[in-house]
Design a protein around this ligand. Structure first.
Ligand code: GLU
Length: 483
C-alpha cells in the first residue's frame, strides 16, 4: 500500500464528556496516519438516539483540539466523503440494507420488543446464550411482502451463515475465528430508521476508504459481523488493529467509578496535553529503547502496529502525575506562566509570577496545583496558626520565640542580605544558642512562609522582598508565648 493510501478513523459516540479511551484511539490513529502521510478521519457515531447528547459533539472537537489531535477530515474539517456524521447518512444505510435483503444476506423482522424480551428471558432462564431465534426468517414471503406494504414497523437483521467459522486477521492479535453458533442475526437497521453500529461501521469504513481500523479491543467481538457484510458486498476488508483497552488498577475496564475517565477532568486539573499523549502512548505501545519520556513526533516516527502491547495496560494516575511534573519542569518560565493563566484563582502581576515560578516549578505535578503553591507568596500567614510545634520537635514555643527575638535585629540590620551572609547569621546564632542550625532555619521558614514545606527560604525572601519577610518574622514571634 503506498503511503498516501493510509486512512484511519475514530468513530466516537457523542454520549457525554469525551472519554480518555477516545483520546487514546485518536492518538494511535493520528500518529499512524501521519507517519504514512495518510489521513486521520473523525466520524460521529450518533445513531443511538436514546444516548445522544448534542453538546458532546462540540466537546469532542474541543478535546481533540486541546490534545493537538485534530482530524484531517470530519464534520468540521469537511472532506471528500461528507457527511461525517452518521445521522446525516441514513439514505446510504437504507440503500445498503436493502441490497443485503435483496441478496439474501439480511431479512426484515417484525418481532415486537415484548416478544424479544420474552425470548431473552426464556433463554436466560435456560442458561442459553441469548440469540434471536430467527422467527421472522422463516415467515412465508407473501406474508413478509404484505406486512411491509402495510407499513408494519420492522427491523432489518443480518442473516448469519448457518455453519462455519468467521475468520479474520488482526495485526495485533493474530488470526481470530468466531463460530457462527456464537453469533446472532444482529439488527442492522432499527425500526426508527437508524442503523446499528454493525451496519454503519463497515458501510462507512468502506465508503470513507478507511484502510486501518485501529480502535479498542472491546469492539473485537463486532468484527465478525462487519466481515460478513464486507464479504456480502465483496468489498476488500481493512486492516484491523485492536488496541488493548485501558484498565483500572484491579484490571477491570477503565471506568468512571474507579478512575477519572473524562478528558475534561484532566484538562481542568492542569495536565499538559503533551504529557497525557506521552502517557497514553506508553500505555499502548512500547518504545524500542525502553524510553518512558518521548514526544509525539518521536512516537509517530517509531510507531509500528507490531509494537503495540497486547495485555491491558493499567491507567495509573500517580504515574501520569509524575510524567506531567516532568513536562512542567521542562517548560521555560515564560511558557509556564502563560499556560498557568487559566488556572490562577486570582490575578498575579506577571513580573511577580515570573519571579515565583522558578521556586515552585520543581514541585508542581499539575498546573492546578499552582494556587496552593502561590499562597505563601501572596498571602500573609496568620501568626496565630503557624505550624511551629509540628515542624520543630526539639524546642518549646518559648525557645523558638527567644531564638527569633535574637535573630530579628541581626537580620534586619543586614537590610537585604546576600545568601551567604544570611546563612552565616542564622548558623552562628544557632551555634551560640546550642541549637541545631536546621531548627533555627525551620523557625524562620515557618514564620516567614507559614509552612514547613516551602521553596528554598533565602530565595523565597528575595521574591517577596526582605522588608515583607521581616514583618512576617516580627508578627510570628510576637504571637509566640514569651518565656
Ligand atoms: N462508537 C464507538 C465508541 O464510541 C467506536 C466504534 C469504532 O471505533 O468502531 O467508542
Amino acid at each position: 500500500m503506498s503511503g498516501g493510501d493510509v486512512r484511519t478513523r475514530i468513530a466516537p459516540s457523542p454520549t457525554g464528556d469525551p472519554h480518555m479511551g477516545t483520546l487514546y484511539a485518536a492518538l494511535f490513529c493520528k500518529a499512524f496516519a501521519e507517519k504514512h502521510s495518510g489521513t486521520f478521519v473523525l466520524r460521529i457515531e450518533d445513531t443511538d438516539r436514546t444516548r445522544y447528547v448534542p453538546e458532546a459533539v462540540e466537546a469532542l472537537h474541543d478535546a481533540l483540539h486541546w490534545a493537538h489531535l485534530d482530524p484531517d477530515e470530519g464534520p468540521l474539517a469537511g472532506g471528500p466523503y461528507e457527511p461525517y456524521t452518521q445521522s446525516e447518512r441514513l439514505p446510504t444505510y437504507h440503500e445498503r440494507a436493502q441490497r443485503l435483503v435483496a441478496t439474501g444476506h439480511a431479512y426484515p423482522c417484525f418481532c415486537t420488543p415484548e416478544r424479544l424480551a420474552r425470548l431473552r428471558a426464556e433463554q436466560e432462564a435456560r442458561k442459553e446464550p441469548t440469540r434471536y431465534d430467527r422467527h421472522c426468517l422463516y415467515l412465508p414471503q407473501e406474508e413478509v411482502q404484505q406486512r411491509l406494504r402495510a407499513g408494519e414497523p420492522h427491523t432489518i437483521r443480518l442473516r448469519v451463515p448457518d455453519h462455519g467459522p468467521v475468520t479474520f486477521h488482526d495485526v495485533i492479535r493474530g488470526t481470530i475465528s468466531f463460530e457462527t453458533s456464537v453469533l446472532t442475526d444482529h439488527i442492522l437497521l432499527k425500526s426508527d430508521g437508524y442503523p446499528t453500529s454493525h451496519l454503519a461501521i463497515p458501510v462507512d469504513d468502506y465508503s470513507m476508504r478507511i484502510s486501518h481500523v485501529i480502535r479498542a479491543e472491546e469492539w473485537l467481538s463486532s468484527v465478525p459481523y462487519y466481515v460478513l457484510i464486507y464479504r456480502a458486498f465483496a468489498w476488500a476488508e481493512p486492516v484491523f488493529a485492536h488496541l488493548s483497552v485501558l484498565r483500572n488498577a484491579d484490571r477491570s475496564k477503565m471506568s468512571k467509578r474507579k478512575n477519572n475517565t473524562s478528558v475534561r477532568w484532566y484538562r481542568e486539573h492542569g495536565f499538559l496535553p503533551e504529557a497525557v499523549l506521552n502517557f497514553l502512548a506508553l500505555l499502548g505501545w512500547s518504545h524500542p529503547e525502553g524510553e518512558e519520556i518521548f514526544s509525539y513526533e518521536e512516537f509517530r516516527d517509531l510507531l509500528t502496529l507490531e509494537r503495540i502491547v497486547k495485555s491491558g495496560p493499567i491507567f495509573d494516575l500517580k504515574k501520569l502525575e509524575w510524567m506531567n511534573g516532568v513536562y512542567i519542569r521542562r517548560l521555560a518560565i515564560g511558557e509556564l506562566a502563560e499556560r498557568l493563566q487559566p488556572f490562577l484563582s486570582q490575578p498575579v502581576e506577571p513580573e511577580m509570577l515570573e519571579r515565583i515560578l522558578p521556586l515552585v516549578q520543581e514541585r508542581l505535578k499539575t498546573l492546578g496545583e499552582i494556587n496552593d503553591a502561590l499562597i505563601p507568596f501572596l498571602q500573609e500567614p496568620d501568626p496565630a496558626c503557624l505550624p511551629f510545634a509540628q515542624a520543630i520537635k526539639r524546642l518549646t514555643l518559648q525557645d523558638i520565640r527567644h531564638g527569633l527575638e535574637l535573630l530579628y535585629p541581626q537580620l534586619t540590620a543586614l537590610g537585604a542580605p546576600d545568601a551567604s551572609t544570611f546563612e552565616g547569621t542564622v548558623r552562628s546564632l544557632a551555634a551560640e544558642l546550642g541549637w541545631k542550625a536546621g531548627d533555627l532555619f525551620m523557625s524562620v521558614r515557618v514564620a516567614v512562609t507559614g509552612t514547613s514545606a516551602s521553596p528554598p527560604l533565602y530565595d523565597f525572601c528575595n521574591v517577596i522582598g526582605w522588608s515583607r519577610a521581616f514583618q512576617r518574622l516580627r508578627s510570628a514571634l510576637e504571637a509566640l508565648p514569651a518565656r
